[in-house]
Write a protein that binds this ligand. Structure first.
Ligand code: FAD
Length: 519
């Protein structure tokens, strides 16, 4: 089944209700917030800047009941309309996942109701809106000396948006992704029911929604686990020229408890004056040798680490860091150190965003590719991709770091490789609009295809993160043994396939033929 068109499988035996009927029917719903039928164009765009589907209307909800009434209304209209609903968090999807072609987009950031409420105590947590940005949760919880444990690299994303995927960053080796640091959710299902769920209450919905790509319900509130927040961060970078030594050190650091608090890494191919570029934010331990370090034409691997601390622990934390560094085999002259406030560290990507926006380079196409590669095949992957397919890394960063699945709850909908340790590899490219060169969209997309083809041909056991497929067969292959449960949950919580059409997993159809899909 080809899901590319994003249009419903119309049943000719049913009357197809026209859009003027649909529009006037939406206007009859009693709301605390409101619909917007005119100013809708921004909802047909996202961070990827490549897929554009115009909705019919945008709902600006003020309450959970606005969301529930709208879904109920559309559900009760049945399969005779093509109306679907997409929750839009901050619209930072890459391929139209938060869009709804001729449907209703719910602007989750307007959802009001109780603001973030922080609960202190032995197991502190924050109750937050599904449309809240992580940066706001950070600021609110810091007022109590607390903060969430697991992050994304960029904090201007919503709770509902990242929990629908996973939320992976350099803390995930220790705490698991963000979906493993949630105690409870409030969800509005595809039938409009408002359901509270957790590990012990409606657990099937709870685990389904976490990593569930928005398929089973709209997250309206979440209870996020917190920990005491540090004030400062020691932020460290070192370089390697051998992938095998780099990955051995990364795997070592992510294997024990009293390690760094954050571990990531990236690949740099053929960059001139690399260490000198980083000197605006980092101090080399050996300034003279660092200034002479030549990165031209080389493939280098940067291990990035952070250790949290409070000012009165500086002495001890320095000792711990020295001891951890002494176990590593990086190129000695490339050790770069920095000390920054905790908030600045977590919000680091926002600094780049401001710079890129000022140059008009933020709102360009972003043909990103995020992969999860099993540890046993990461060397094959690195050899082919960094040694052959890619010629440079000028189009954007390439992140690479291992995580340990034992910290990840496999009851969620998230799909990962089968091994205990796997690497997140993120190709975060920006394309220069209308360029036909190596920085243009076509070139980058072809490169992405080559990487995907290699993974498939070499049977690496790779899984896509923030997955994107255009046929149901490919989705089925992505989910593998989890597919049957995924489809059953869809038929239970969103039987008309109204929700998150932009993921293109299911199409709104006539009384949804679940048995056909499961067959
Ligand atoms: P949207 O794009 O608005 O929505 C994403 C999907 O979730 C859509 O299908 C939408 O319908 C659904 N959805 C949105 N809100 C809800 C809700 N309340 N309930 C149910 N479904 C909902 N990801 C990482 O894991 N780690 C990173 O370090 C990371 N860094 C990033 C950096 C940048 C600059 C960007 C642009 C993205 C990054 N991402 C990262 C990816 C990011 O997590 C996803 O793109 C995420 O979906 C964006 O959140 P959003 O609020 O913009 O969601």
């Amino acid at each position: 089944m080809n899901l590319c068109s994003n249009l419903p499988l119309a049943d000719p035996s049913l009357p197809n209700l026209g859009s003027s009927y649909v529009l006037s029917s939406l206007k009859t719903i009693h709301l605390d917030g409101h619909f917007n039928f005119d100013n809708i164009y921004h909802a047909a765009n996202d961070f990827g800047n490549r897929h554009h589907y115009l909705p019919l209307a945008i709902l600006h909800p003020k309450s959970v009941s606005d969301i529930s009434s709208t879904i109920k209304h559309i559900y009760e209209m049945g399969p005779a309309t093509e109306l679907t609903i997409a929750a839009r968090g901050h619209g930072h999807s890459l391929q139209g996942q938060a869009q709804a072609h001729r449907g209703v987009v719910i602007n989750m950031e307007s959802l009001q109701g109780p603001k973030t409420i922080v609960h202190t105590g032995k197991m502190p947590y924050a109750d937050v809106s599904g449309g809240e940005l992580w940066i706001n949760i950070l600021h609110e919880s810091l007022k109590h000396g607390l903060a969430p444990k697991s992050w994304t690299d960029y904090l201007h994303l919503t709770v509902g948006g990242t929990l629908s995927n996973a939320g992976i960053s350099g803390q995930a080796f220790r705490h698991g992704p963000q979906i493993n640091n949630v105690y409870q959710l409030e969800v509005v299902t595809g039938k409009g029911d408002i359901i509270t769920c957790s590990e012990t209450q409606n657990a099937d919905l709870f685990y389904g929604v976490l990593g569930g790509l928005g398929q089973f319900g709209i997250i309206t509130r979440a209870r996020i686990s917190l920990e005491p927040a540090p004030k400062m961060v020691k932020w460290i970078r070192v370089l390697y020229s051998e992938f095998s030594i780099f990955s051995k050190d990364q795997e070592h650091l992510t294997s024990f408890k009293n390690s760094f608090d954050y571990i990531e890494g990236f690949v740099i191919i053929n960059r001139t004056g690399l260490l000198n570029t980083w000197r605006s934010s980092f101090n080399p331990r050996e300034p003279l040798q660092a200034s002479q370090f030549n990165s031209d034409g080389r493939t280098l691997y940067c291990l990035e680490m952070a250790k949290y601390f409070n000012p009165d622990e500086t002495h001890i934390v320095n000792q711990v860091i020295e001891s951890l560094l002494s176990e590593l085999s990086y190129i000695p002259s490339t050790l770069l150190l920095s000390e920054v406030p905790y908030v600045d560290f977590l919000d680091r990507v926002h600094v780049s965003e401001i710079k890129l926006r000022a140059k008009g380079l933020w709102e360009v196409p972003h043909p990103w590719l995020n992969l999860l590669i099993p540890k046993s095949r990461i060397h094959d992957f690195a050899k082919e991709v960094f040694g052959n397919i890619l010629r440079d890394t000028g189009n954007g960063p390439i992140l690479i770091y291992p995580v340990n699945k034992s910290k990840w709850n496999n009851r969620t909908s998230l799909v990962t490789p089968q091994e205990d340790i796997f690497y997140l590899v993120a190709f975060l490219s920006s394309a220069v609009p209308s360029s036909t060169g190596t920085d243009g969209l076509e070139h980058i997309l072809t490169q992405n295809e080559r990487i995907l083809d290699f993974c498939e041909g070499a049977r690496l056991g790779m899984k896509q993160y923030l997955p994107h497929y255009s046929t149901q067969d490919k989705w089925q292959a992505h989910f593998g043994p989890k597919w049957e449960v995924f489809v059953k949950r869809k038929s239970k919580y969103d039987p008309l396939a109204i929700l998150a059409p932009g993921q293109r997993i299911f199409q709104k159809a006539t009384p949804f033929s679940w048995s056909r899909i499961l067959a």
